[in-house]
Design a protein. Sequence first.
Length: 364
Amino acid sequence: MNNMNKMTSFNAYGYAFLAGARAVDYDWLARLAANPISLKAMSASVRELAIRDLALIRAIAQQKGLHSKPTVERLNVAYATALDVYKTLGFKVADLPLRVQKEFPRPYSDTDLWGLILDRQDGRELGVAPGIYVRRSKAFPGIGEATVCHELVHTLFSFVESEALVRGYEEGVCDLISSVALAKLYGWRWAADILIALRIFVEERRDRIYRDALRQVSAHLLILGEERWLEFVRDVQTSGRKRFVEVERSLLCSGDSTDLAMRSASKGSPGQTTQLTNLALRVLTAPESYVMSAQGYLVGERATVGASLRDLRKQLAPFMSPREFSNAVNELHSDLFLLVVDGDTVIANEAPRYINAGVCRYRF
Ligand SMILES: [Zn+2]
């Protein structure tokens, strides 16, 4: 069940490439997994690791039935499930239709956004049909569902019209709340893995904004406690988005936002639920540091204390040149502080501990 967490390359782009590049063509994945030649353009080290990942993705996709339904059907199920879950959490829900489309309406047609919510206010102002828009080409299995569940949370805060541009704190709220719906669809482990893969292991600047927001909100949830935090978020449905803006401002400026948020949310009975708390903890503890070259990953995985580097180099010769090997040792030693060598002998190696925890990723 937790195989996804062990995946070595599982950043969002790796996932998008591996699981989504051919839409839902899992036969293609199966062929790729069975036939390493398809990965010929990659270095031998990347190929070695990618083959392992492909086999895992294939197994998980089969187990979850992700490949058995057409895209629109998958997303509709996600939409209906999320509506139910948000009602159960005590939210009033909107009835914006789900629109799975090739292109987004203007002025968003030129963006590469995966999902977009245009509420009734937006619809009026822009002269377009309101709805939850999802770009069909980006609705990869698992990720498409995550997009629908995330966008739907935004709609919960549209009952009070607002001038506030939806950013920062609200994005983190959408990620955490939507994970409850994703968990209902595919289990908590999968939901958490999707969220971590999408939000934590990111390279592009824009994606870091989502990561920062998710971390900010996760920290706030841990301070308030799950029940009180949920109560605060429910309260925003009637008091309006300005509450998010206020809380974020005081989190950023003074650190006394907890008082601010708790004063308005005092009736909760803390400690009733733990799943969002666990998720918030994982979000805050997932390290970004252990992203490395595929060669570094293989060396880190195999180097045992007392082993000779010369022997290890021979053992790994099918995957890397002697120069790549020595660069990888250097990377683990000097950049990542995971490996210590004395002359030709490995003195210490911490990499397996992190690899086993599923937090090491290789550059694809
Ligand atoms: Zn969003």
